[in-house]
Design a protein around this ligand. Sequence first.
Ligand code: UT7
Length: 321
Amino acid sequence: MSIYSRIAGVGSYLPGNPVSNDDLVARGIDTSDEWIVTRTGIRARHLAAAGQTSSQMGREAAEKALAMAGIDAAELDLIIVATSTPDYIFPSTACLLQGALGNKGATAFDLQAVCSGFVYALSVADKFIRSGTHKKALVVGAETFSRILDWKDRGTCVLFGDGAGAVVLEASAQPGILATALHADGSQVGILSVPGQVAAGQVTGDPFLRMEGQAVFKTAVRVLADVAEECCTAAGIASGELDWLIPHQANIRIIDATSKKLGLSRDKVVVTVDRHGNTSAASVPLALDEAVRDGRIQRGQKVLLEGVGGGFTWGAVLFQF
Ligand code: UT7
């Protein structure tokens, strides 16, 4: 009998109060609500409090997902945290989260694929469960991107926010995750990066997020449509049969261009970017959690998750809820 991994619970967390585009203008950033909304669809983002970390936000999201699944943290045998903004260089954010949740003994590690991190991590957890070695997995996307933004660079700082989302996956005889596809192109490292490091007790290089916006935009639209088709083909369905598309929440124009290429109407696409901006690895599980909790996504429906980001990385996960 085949083993599948099935989503048993979802959760998410946004820190503090929303910070509007006008709030950014009031803080002295040379921008406008009109520019940000027209170019990106973003109206607000949430910013972590001083000292608030990715593992702490991940814990908030994880506890909600565990409660929905009816699973105690001690039962988890796999914890993967997708993040590019870990609490420390080491130990991993996953081990910090594991300690905070009171789990001992589970396999725990971080996965770094920037904004594709959550779909990468979900796909990896699916493979662990399908192999039969693990049965109950927690997959978290958690980010404090506000700490790696150059607040003097209006071309990037208005785009990102902080937050976390989580999924509990369980081994099941019923599907489950139907197909996954993951890709990367290391020849494009330069279009989206934080090209700094800690060495000899100091930050060397550039510790801020740098992006060639238009190059990222064009590549994202191309690969998101391609990987969606690839994933649907692998599962033996047409993209038109999808009940829901949950793309990486970075820019409404990228989301609209992708859904148009796939022939999906806007009412089949979950959009939350307006309320939290680009939260990198947290964006897909934040949107998933909202659409499950408000009843849009129903058991039995087919949902496609998609990520795209620095690396350059991209990927998709198709599942039946
Ligand atoms: O996870 C993936 C993450 N990244 C993305 O999804 C980003 C993908 N790229 C984009 O979304 C778009 O390229 C941006 C929204 C980043 C930029 O939009 P654009 O239409 O490509 O604008 P641009 O960079 O070509 O800049 C156009 C103008 C420039 O002024 P001039 O040279 O035409 O006078 C910029 O200086 O807009 C100016 N500008 C701004 N103006 C007001 C750039 N940022 C801002 C700003 N407020 N925040």
